[in-house]
Design a protein around this ligand. Structure first.
Ligand code: IPM
Ligand code: MN
Length: 356
C-alpha cells in the first residue's frame, strides 16, 4: 500500500532520531512491499530560522494532506529569547491543535532486558511496568486564556485551566476504549480536592462509566499518583489525565522504564490520521554526537503503522526487532548500566533495521 508521511525533523537531536526511524520504515517498505512517500516539512526552530514562524501555514497544510506525521523534536537554547508566542514549542502546540489531535497515547512499557537501567529498586520493577498514559492534548492550561501585565505597579501573569464537558467526554471515551482492549482498569489522575475543572472531569467520567461496566474506574490525586508511580508502578493499566498532568506524569513514567529515550507516543483524533513522536525533547546538549537513543522514535514509527496504517504485523515486527536487539545486549548510552555493549545512534538504527 502507499502512504504519505509528512516528516518534521525539527531541532537538536530531531534529525538524527528521525533518520533512524525512516531507516527502519524503509526496511519495512522493502520487506512487506509498501510505499512510504516522505515529505520534509519545516517546524520548530528550524522553521523559525527560515521563515520566522515556528509553524508556517505551508507546513500545516502539508501535514493535513498526509496520512500521518512523523516528528523528531523541537526547541533549543538558540530560540530561548524569542517572544513566547513565536517559540519553537508553539509550533508543536499549533500542530497538535491545528490537526485536532486531542488524544495523546503514551505507553510506558519496560523491556525485561533493560530492567537494570531503571532507577527504581529491582524488587519494585520486578512485577513489571506496562501502562499507558492517555493525555488530553489540545485543551487545558496549554491553550487556555493567558495574560501578562502590570497592576498597580505589580507585574502579573496567568494561564487558565479550562475544560468543557465535550472535551472531557471525547478524551474520556478514548481512555475507556483503551482500557477495554487492555486490562480494563482506568485511573483518572486529577486534583479534584482543589480544582473545579477536575470535579467536572469526575462528573463526566462517572457518566461515561455507565457505558463501560466492565472497566474498573478509579480516581487518584496527581500528587499521590506521582508517589504511587515510583512506589508500585505495576498497579497502573490506563491513566487518563489533562494536558499538563499528562505531560508531567509521562516524563516520570518514562524514567521508571529505564530512560526517556525509550518511550514513543501517538497523537490521534479518532480517525486514522495521527502524529507520532518520541516523548523526549530535542536534547540540544547531546545533538550531533551520534549518542541519542533512537528507540523512542523507532517505536513511534511502529505506533504509526499500527494506528494510522492498520499494519499490525509490521508494527509488531519493529517492536520485536527492538526487543531482540536489547536482548542481544546492545545499548545506547542512556540505557547502559554496566551490562551489554554501548553503540551509537546510527548503529542502533542499523541493528534494529537488520532484525526486520
Ligand atoms: C511533550 C513536550 C511538549 C509538551 C513541549 C515541547 C511543548 O514536553 O511533548 O511532552 O509540553 O507537551
Ligand atoms: Mn513533556
Amino acid at each position: 500500500m502507499d502512504f504519505k508521511i509528512a516528516v518534521i525533523k525539527g531541532d537538536g537531536v530531531g534529525p538524527e532520531i528521525v533518520d533512524e526511524g525512516l531507516k527502519v520504515l524503509d526496511k519495512i517498505a522493502q520487506k512487506y512491499n509498501h510505499k512510504f512517500e516522505y515529505t520534509n516539512v519545516l517546524g520548530g526552530g528550524a522553521a523559525i530560522d527560515v521563515t520566522g514562524e515556528p509553524l508556517p501555514k505551508e507546513s500545516l497544510d502539508t501535514c493535513k494532506a498526509s496520512d500521518a506525521v512523523l516528528l523528531g523534536a523541537v526547541g533549543g537554547p538558540k530560540w530561548d529569547n524569542i517572544e513566547s508566542s513565536k517559540r519553537p514549542e508553539k509550533g508543536l502546540l499549533a500542530l497538535r491543535s491545528g490537526l485536532g489531535l486531542f488524544v495523546n497515547l503514551r505507553p510506558a512499557t519496560m523491556h525485561e532486558s533493560i530492567k537494570e537501567a531503571s532507577p527504581l529498586r529491582a524488587d519494585i520493577v520486578e512485577k513489571g511496568v506496562d501502562f499507558v498514559v492517555v493525555r488530553e492534548l489540545t485543551g487545558g492550561i496549554y491553550f487556555g486564556e493567558r495574560k501578562t501585565g502590570v497592576e498597580n505597579g505589580v507585574e502579573f501573569a496567568y494561564d487558565v485551566e479550562k475544560y468543557d464537558e465535550n472535551e472531557i467526554r471525547r478524551i474520556g471515551k478514548k481512555a475507556f476504549e483503551t482500557a477495554m482492549i487492555r486490562n480494563k482498569k482506568l485511573t483518572c489522575v486529577d486534583k479534584a480536592n482543589v480544582l473545579d475543572s477536575s470535579k467536572l472531569w469526575r462528573k463526566v467520567l462517572n457518566e461515561l462509566a455507565k457505558d463501560y461496566p466492565e472497566v474498573e474506574l478509579s480516581y487518584m490525586y496527581v500528587d499521590n499518583a506521582a508517589m504511587q508511580l515510583v512506589k508500585d508502578p505495576s498497579q497502573f493499566d490506563v491513566i487518563v489525565t489533562n494536558n499538563i498532568f499528562g505531560d508531567i506524569i509521562s516524563d516520570e513514567a518514562s524514567m521508571i522504564t529505564g530512560s526517556i529515550g525509550m518511550l514513543p507516543s501517538a497523537s490521534v483524533r479518532g480517525d486514522d490520521f495521527g502524529m507520532y513522536e518520541p516523548i523526549h525533547g530535542s536534547a540540544p546538549d547531546i545533538a550531533g554526537q551520534n549518542v541519542v537513543n533512537p528507540i523512542a522514535t523507532i517505536l513511534s514509527v511502529a505506533m504509526m503503522l499500527r494506528y494510522s496504517f492498520k499494519l499490525e504485523e509490521e508494527a509488531k515486527a519493529i517492536e520485536i526487532a527492538v526487543t531482540n536487539v536489547l536482548n542481544a545486549g546492545y545499548r545506547t548510552k542512556d540505557i547502559y548500566n554496566g551490562v551489554g555493549q554501548v553503540v551509537g545512534t546510527k548503529e542502533m538504527g542499523d541493528l534494529i533495521a537488520n532484525q526486520i
